[in-house]
Ligand binder design. Structure first.
Ligand code: MIC
Ligand code: SF4
Length: 640
């Protein structure tokens, strides 16, 4: 039987397990990436493993999230990351070089390789034919140390693209449409593998827009074949030697199939407050817009920004709209400048922001109260922009620009001839903002600032768990809900301080309650922990003494992070028990160690309401060891 592309790449990297969907496997990791908001914790953990040099083919440490530098905290983190990179053999991408996923695609992504990144949008690399997976910082640290990466063998969904996009319609509209069909939890446990005639008209950056937002489907990753279009992109990046041809076998098998005719795609918008609430832009026509932001790792390629510039050429933006543009990389920025395209943006009235994540992670450019903001980003979770009552719509650069001109949500097709930018034959190559490590880093001193606190460790699992339900939440809780980013991002390197803000947006009294009761349990619905890979959403609750999270279902990365930090991820065996349980109920789980080892069901007592109920878990024997040891780092050290 033939193999699909996902199976082929995984097979080439398989360390243990079989290519059977949902079975546990381990794969070898060729490349890693980190960014500064997750990177400090990842490298603190890497340091404590005690290895003197990374064991991957290539590891890159990017600074792109925490760049506002309101005080010493961000620059101290940057300095720490730079010194760590030099010491352990990691390439350092300085602040100002661009957003990790965009830069990695341009300069390092290689078809057929595996990439593990401490950021949920690492699957952007699928646009160039990699198996690129987002994970918690600890998993990335372990991979840098040479460990294989454990995951469930994904199911593979075949997405057949036919036809061609019409003018003014773009890759962003395709992924918003797919999200509408599949929902934010539709992809859990799956890889979306693209094929069909339609892919021939999509450039690598357009493919990367689609694989980037595959993260919003909850998917393990998404991948495109490596073909002549991939080759042309690599050639234009002066990296033709990195190209190999890669596609699925003709008789490959898939778990499911979806067909999308590109010519039927219309300009779309994902409505507040979830990326899967896709509607046609025509349905929103006329809605007043206060702010437009173009950028983020989803839509900040040369093609995206050059198209925006060409549309704006000779035009002015509406006086009631503030337009912010963050180029994805220094390469994109340089090209816009050299080709005079930047002039069109400035003349139109755009505010040119730094080439970094910026507004996407709530680092400035927040919308006004009750404002409507159109963003080419990938997430529109409530409050993520920094303004709780703002309405964020996710759109393509084409829709964004048309709406900035008219001051209301506008179908860009009214603008006449479509000035889509061509893929460059040669990108401007200037790698001077990468700092390559010395061959021998042993004498490098690691520079730490006062904001960098050691990574706390959990205690070993006791015989009995007792505690109160500290919070009961609903479905689709995001890691932004658990651990808000934005203005608190500078606290990423300081867990005791950051932990004061756990669940703040949902319940401002959570921290006080958790402290008073010395930890307890959290209850959630479906798809708990979707979104960002930030392991702080497990680490900070662990620090507050959270013992277990009990939900209807989990998102993949968060589930792994909970295990890594010794919090037991339970699911209700009977979903009705979710309805019954209440905040403040006292929960007792007796003989927990034996119960975990003796099967996947755990008898639990609700002392307050006086009934017993059953929880289930999906932990394998190795993960039970991790939980018993109080986290993966404890276990790794114990074994060493
Ligand atoms: C995000 O988009 O939410 C982030 C910020 O990039 C996160 C990582 C983080 O929280 O640092 C992600 O997507 O994993
Ligand atoms: Fe940065 Fe936004 Fe991409 Fe996250 S989603 S990596 S914050 S640009």
């Amino acid at each position: 039987m033939g193999l699909n592309l996902t199976q082929k790449i995984i097979k080439n990297h398989l360390v243990s397990g079989k290519l059977i969907a949902q079975e546990p496997i381990e794969i070898r990791i060729d490349q890693t990436l980190t960014q500064d908001a997750t990177g400090t914790m990842a490298y603190l953990q890497f340091e404590s493993i005690g290895i003197d040099k990374i064991k991957t083919e290539l590891s890159v440490s990017y600074v792109d999230h925490n760049t506002s530098q309101m005080d010493f905290k961000n620059p101290d983190d940057h300095r720490y990351l730079q010194s760590i990179a030099a010491k352990y053999g990691i390439i350092f991408s300085r602040a100002g070089n661009g957003i990790c996923h965009q830069v990695h695609l341009e300069r390092f992504g290689k078809p057929g390789k595996t990439l593990l990144g401490s950021d949920s949008h690492t699957p952007t690399g699928g646009g160039i034919g990699m198996i690129a997976i987002g994970a918690g910082g600890l998993d990335v640290a372990l991979a840098m140390g040479g460990a294989s990466f454990p995951l469930a063998m994904p199911k593979v969904v075949k997405v057949v693209l036919t036809g061609k996009l019409n003018p003014w319609c773009s890759a962003k509209d395709v992924i918003i449409e797919l999200l509408r069909i599949e929902t934010v939890k539709g992809g859990v446990g799956c890889v979306y593998e693209y094929c069909g005639e339609g892919i021939k008209s999509l450039s690598v950056p357009e493919r990367a827009t689609i694989t980037n937002m595959g993260a919003e489907l909850g998917a393990t990753t998404s991948v495109f074949p490596s073909d002549n279009i991939t080759k042309a992109f690599l050639k234009a990046q002066n990296r033709e030697q990195d190209w190999i041809k890669l596609n699925a076998d003709k008789n490959a098998k898939y778990d499911r199939e979806i067909h999308i005719d590109l010519s039927s795609i219309e300009p779309m918008a994902a409505a507040p407050h979830m990326p899967d609430l896709g509607v046609k832009v025509t349905e929103l026509k006329g809605m007043k817009v206060n702010q437009v932001a173009i950028g983020s790792c989803t839509n900040s390629s040369y093609k995206d920004l050059a198209t925006a510039a060409l549309i704006l050429k000779g035009k002015k933006i509406n006086p009631d709209v503030s337009l912010g543009i963050s180029p994805g990389s220094r390469q994109v920025f340089l090209m816009l400048a050299k080709e005079g395209l930047l002039t069109y943006l400035i003349e139109a009235g755009a505010r040119i922001l730094e080439n970094a994540c910026g507004p996407c992670i709530g680092m400035g450019f927040a919308p006004n109260s009750k404002g409507v903001s159109l963003r080419t980003f990938n997430r529109n979770f409530k409050g993520r922009s920094g303004t709780k009552d703002a309405s964020i719509y996710l759109v393509s650069p084409e829709v964004a620009v048309a709406s900035a001109i008219y001051g209301e949500i506008t179908d860009p097709r009214i603008l006449g001839e479509y000035p889509k930018a061509k893929s460059p034959k040669k990108f401007v190559i200037d790698d001077s903002m990468f700092i390559y490590p010395p061959i021998d880093g042993s004498r490098i001193e690691i520079l730490r600032g006062p904001n960098i606190a050691p990574c706390p460790k959990a205690e070993e699992l006791p015989e009995k768990l007792v505690g109160s339900v500290l919070l009961k939440t609903g479905d689709n809780i995001t890691t932004d809900d658990i651990m808000p980013a934005g203005k608190y991002l500078p606290l990423r390197s300081n867990v005791p301080e950051y932990a004061k803000h756990v669940f703040e947006g949902i319940d401002s009294e959570f921290y006080g309650r958790a402290k008073e009761k010395n930890g307890g349990f959290i209850i959630g619905g479906e798809n708990y922990g979707q979104g960002s890979s930030r392991e702080h959403a497990a680490l900070c609750p662990m620090f507050l003494g959270i013992k277990a999270v009990i939900v209807k279902s989990f998102a993949r990365i968060h589930l792994a992070n909970l295990i890594n930090f010794g919090i037991i991820p339970f699911m209700f065996e009977n979903p009705q028990d979710y309805d019954r349980i209440k905040q403040d109920d006292e929960i007792i789980i007796n003989d927990i160690q034996n119960q975990l080892e003796n099967g996947n069901l755990v008898v639990t007592q609700n002392k307050t309401q006086n009934y017993t109920f059953t929880l289930k878990h999906s932990l394998n024997s190795e993960e039970i060891e991790v939980i018993k040891a109080g986290g993966r780092l404890n276990l790794t050290k114990k074994k060493a």
